[in-house]
Design a binder for this molecule. Structure first.
Ligand code: PRX
Length: 662
């Protein structure tokens, strides 16, 4: 692949800028008039960025005020230096003290339909205090990492908050990960206590968790205790170090005196995989993190804590769950829906039943889910009253314009602002997003950095690209919820994020600025294709495919090609009702891409598939598709949600369907 900037189409600006979007969606007058964030928020932040962040930090309760807003020794930041606060008190106790103990914190819905719990802020306070007392009895002290491998149940939320309350950084490992992934993380974080459950419910069936923990802990000699919630009632092997949750937590006092911790005290470590094998332990701390998650949650989602019902449909195992199920919403005193299950073909109605039942007003989900419902067709949505919804959010991947439009129309009834929010595990909180009461949105664009955030798109020599150009997304100023490093590896932190461009945080994503200077995320730069010297983003070709009425979802990769350097190979899932007419469908789609973005982006081969390989957080694994497209051995596929998907795709490709004969 050529260096960025060498492509013929792009001059020296990096990525080719291909798609154009003319549609605009300004907020309604009523929405704008009542919005938490008005246009003056941008002015306030531009006038004095640090004073602006101080103002945001004052929305929290501090035991001791900071003496300095920011201490920046590139690339190491300290925010609110000298300040002290307790995160759990900010998320729970202060709402009870303000007289809102009866407000619902979580409407919990288990995967089995009959499993429901309503947890008020007062209930949550009791549960968090009991859990904090139990962890203390198990010997956990401030600074001791605790590993959490749990399903989406209220005890999980309580565990995170209890850790925060006693100053023990948590490290959550997604409950779909293997024993090896778990032991690697326990060892790297040096956690001595693991909190888990006997099992969890997935797609209507119980699935075991405890055997994975047993296998993992066998390799972790320093683990002293495993605290186990009974969730499924499955038989479990019992070891000396195991303790049942109901035996120890239930008998604790509901009183627990919280201590204030330094603003830079570690709050959590969350492992994220990069291009190399060893996952990175991303470290977040307390004061700056809580400030920015609360600020973004209040302004991007326009939260009205007295009247809104908010649902972030992520898993607590990912950063979205940390920031926008737990810390942001609770810091703001929100009422949330917490759902244990995931959408699946056996129960397409479930989500929409939940929205109607709880009168959900704000929904935050990922493009992969939206495209799944596009594939299934709008009928499951139409059967339910979704009129309570007033705002929709998207995160995790670039959202194709047509998926954005589908979300707006079929979920939002054409009246809800859609906010496409760009951020990362590393950024801790939302960075680039519309403000729903201010921004005239464009389908598929995350628009502009939020007030207080500075981002740009630069070329290979760190020069900002002009409007209309594409390149690398960078963050140009430190932000309060930024990662403070990679756990135990400062050098890797510098090398990974700060070495590509001096003094700039490089996010790993490609982006373009449109004619108005608004930002369009183009996916990971590793996913860029080079076709006859044109650098073309996989996202743009995927969006062109998804804009065809027959296509629900598309994944595009560049496979090496003797003629063009790389050729474009597309894998598509058709929408419910659309028929695969073989080569004529492939031709129709190829012509459609040519019309939307130009003949250069025409896929060499288009394959209609039933499923795409996705990571457990829903991101398409393009690396594997590249391997099949180039007939390489795929190696380890166990991190996929469904490893068998790859065999089916490989067989289709071998048959040679969908090739461009031209
Ligand atoms: O490539 C970007 C994509 O997801 C990456 C971060 O992934 P993770 O750390 O797992 O966090 C996901 C939840 C914040 C980014 O580098 N990404 C995330 N949001 C968007 C996005 N790409 C385009 N548009 C988005 N809104």
């Amino acid at each position: 692949m050529s260096e960025p900037g060498s492509g013929a189409a792009s001059g020296d600006t990096g990525l080719s800028n291909l798609l154009h979007e003319e549609r605009r969606f300004p907020p309604s007058e009523e929405f704008a008039a009542d919005a938490n964030a008005k246009a003056d928020l941008y002015d306030a932040a531009a006038k004095d960025r640090l004073a602006f962040w101080e103002e945001q930090a004052r929305a929290l309760d501090w035991d001791q005020e900071w003496s300095q807003v920011l201490d920046w020794q590139t690339p190491f930041a300290k925010w609110f230096v000298g300040g002290k606060l307790n995160v759990a008190v900010n998320c729970v106790d202060r709402h009870v003290a303000a007289g809102n103990g009866d407000r619902v914190a979580f409407h919990w819905q288990g995967d089995p339909a009959g499993d429901k719990r309503t947890i008020t802020y007062a209930d949550l306070k009791d549960l968090v205090c009991r859990t904090a007392n139990a962890l203390t009895e198990l010997g956990v002290k401030a600074g001791d990492p605790v590993a959490v491998y749990m399903p989406m149940i209220p005890e999980t939320i309580a565990t995170l908050l209890a850790c925060a309350r006693i100053g023990a950084p948590h490290t959550v490992v997604f409950a779909g990960f293997s024993a090896d992934a778990l032991s690697g993380r326990i060892l790297d974080a040096d956690a001595r206590v693991v909190v888990t459950a006997d099992g969890q419910f997935r797609r209507g069936e119980p699935a075991a968790l405890k055997p994975n923990v047993d296998e993992a802990v066998a390799k972790c000699p320093d683990v002293r205790h495993v605290l186990v919630v009974r969730r499924t009632g499955a038989d479990v092997t019992w070891n000396d170090h195991d303790v049942w949750w109901h035996d120890i937590v239930d008998r604790q006092s509901t009183e627990h005196e919280a201590q204030a911790f330094d603003a830079e005290h570690p709050l959590f470590i969350l492992y994220t995989s990069g291009t190399t094998a060893k996952p990175k332990g991303i470290l977040h701390t307390t004061g700056g993190y809580l400030t920015q998650v609360a600020y973004t949650h209040r302004n991007v989602f326009d939260l009205k804590p007295e009247s809104d019902v908010y649902w972030c449909a992520a898993d607590v195992g990912w950063v979205t769950g940390h920031s926008y199920i737990v810390y942001g919403p609770l810091a703001n005193g929100a009422t949330s829906v917490l759902y244990e299950g995931v959408p699946h073909p056996g129960d397409k109605d479930r989500w929409w039943k939940l929205v109607a039942e709880h009168k959900v007003s704000i929904l935050y989900t990922a493009p992969t889910t939206i495209r799944t419902y596009m594939k299934w067709g709008p009928e499951p949505l139409q059967a339910h009253d979704l009129s309570s919804l007033r705002l929709l959010g998207s995160v995790g991947e670039p959202i194709n314009p047509e998926a954005w439009m589908w979300y707006r129309e079929h979920v939002g009834g054409n009246h809800c602002p859609v906010v496409d929010t760009w951020w990362q595990t590393e950024t801790g909180a939302i960075m680039i997003s519309p403000l729903p009461g201010v921004t005239a949105t464009k389908p598929g664009s995350a628009m502009t950095p939020l007030p207080g955030i500075s981002a740009d798109v630069v070329d290979d020599s760190a020069k900002p690209v002009p409007n209309g150009g594409g390149g690398f997304l960078v963050l140009t100023e430190p932000w309060p919820s930024m990662l403070r490093g990679i756990w135990g590896d400062d050098q890797r932190y510098k090398d990974t994020y700060w070495s590509r461009f001096e003094g700039l945080y490089f996010a790993g994503d490609g982006a373009k600025k449109d004619e108005d200077g608004d930002l369009w995320l183009l996916g990971r730069v590793d996913d860029v294709m080079n076709v006859s010297g044109h650098r073309i983003s996989t996202t743009e070709v995927e969006s062109a495919l998804v804009s065809h009425p027959k296509v629900a979802e598309a994944a595009v990769v560049g496979a090496s090609d003797p003629m063009t350097g790389q050729g474009i190979v597309a894998f598509v899932i058709l929408r419910g009702g659309a028929e695969d007419a073989g080569d004529s469908t492939a031709k129709e789609l190829r012509d459609h891409v040519a019309k939307e973005i130009g003949p250069i982006a025409k896929p060499r081969q288009i394959l209609v598939v039933a499923e795409l390989p996705k990571t457990r957080s829903g991101k398409i694994m393009r690396r594997l598709l590249r391997d099949v497209a180039e007939h390489r051995d795929m190696g380890d596929v166990t991190t996929l949600t469904d490893p068998t998907v790859m065999n089916l795709i490989g067989e289709g490709l071998e048959k040679g369907g969908g090739k461009d004969e031209a």
